[in-house]
Ligand binder design. Structure first.
Ligand SMILES: [Zn+2]
Length: 251
């Protein structure tokens, strides 16, 4: 994922050389992404559900993000992505009495997480900061071709590198998520430098379907991909927890 301040993502997954792993920065081995082994995920029906409270109509800014600022305009590298932020209305998730506010959402191609060794065409990350201390919670959603989603509209006009952000209105954040909000949760890290740990991940079990053309368009923008290779799980537990949408007056 990308840091809350708008960081870029990591490395080609589709080149002939294959994925290149970043070093574990501090050796403690709680890095992301990971390959989620579903047979080892612990079902936790009694755990507090992830409650998503996203508005159905927001304005947002869509921008091309260059993490390191060193490549100039026109040369796309793996530390870059397309990111939406500047949400006009409050979008939050809650769990166990705590609240995280959505800061930005961005995309990786191919997916960063795997499920039983399988990668998906794309993965969208929703980056949240806890209201009390800024701790990060990231929702990951796999994107598959074969349907329509708000992502198609969001990525219809991709901003060029160094362009001004595009302001989009009337955007349905809630529908970016799959119908079921059950998720695998574990403790990991940013997937881009500085790979900060202590990130709470919720990877949605159900993918979201989008148009094939959307995936193709994003691939043309990032020919070599912008995803980090899976990292060792190192004994971390993965729990499958429930999720639901909050009731909203606008929904
Ligand atoms: Zn990301």
């Amino acid at each position: 994922m990308l840091g809350a301040a708008g960081a870029g993502a990591g490395l080609a997954t589709c080149s002939l050389l294959g994925p290149v792993a970043w070093a574990d920065p501090d050796g403690s081995g709680r890095q992301s992404p990971i390959d989620i082994r579903t047979d080892r995920a612990v079902r936790s029906p009694a755990a507090p559900p992830l409650v998503v409270d996203y508005p159905r109509s927001v304005a947002l800014d869509l921008a091309y993000v260059n993490k390191d600022g060193e490549d100039g305009c026109g040369e796309r590298t793996e530390d870059e992505t397309v990111q939406a932020g500047g949400f006009s209305e409050r979008a939050v998730v809650r769990r166990g009495g705590e609240t995280w506010r959505l800061v930005q959402t961005h995309f990786h191609i191919s997916s960063e997480h795997r499920v039983d060794g399988r990668a998906f065409p794309m993965e969208q990350h929703f980056v949240h900061e806890r209201t009390t201390d800024g701790a990060l919670l990231v929702i990951g959603v796999f994107l598959l071709p074969g349907g329509h989603g708000p992502q198609d509209r969001l990525l219809r006009r991709l901003p060029e590198e160094c362009d001004e952000p595009l302001r989009l209105r009337g955007f349905d954040l809630s529908r970016m998520l799959p119908g079921s909000l059950a998720s695998w949760t574990y403790r990991g890290s940013l997937t881009t430098p500085p790979h900060t740990q202590g990130v709470t991940w919720h990877v949605m079990r159900e993918p979201r379907r989008v148009e094939q053309a959307t995936i193709d368009r994003f691939r043309r923008l990032f020919v070599e991909g912008d995803s980090r290779a899976p990292q060792p799980r190192n004994g971390r537990s993965i729990r499958l927890v429930r999720g639901r949408r909050a009731a909203r007056d606008d929904g």
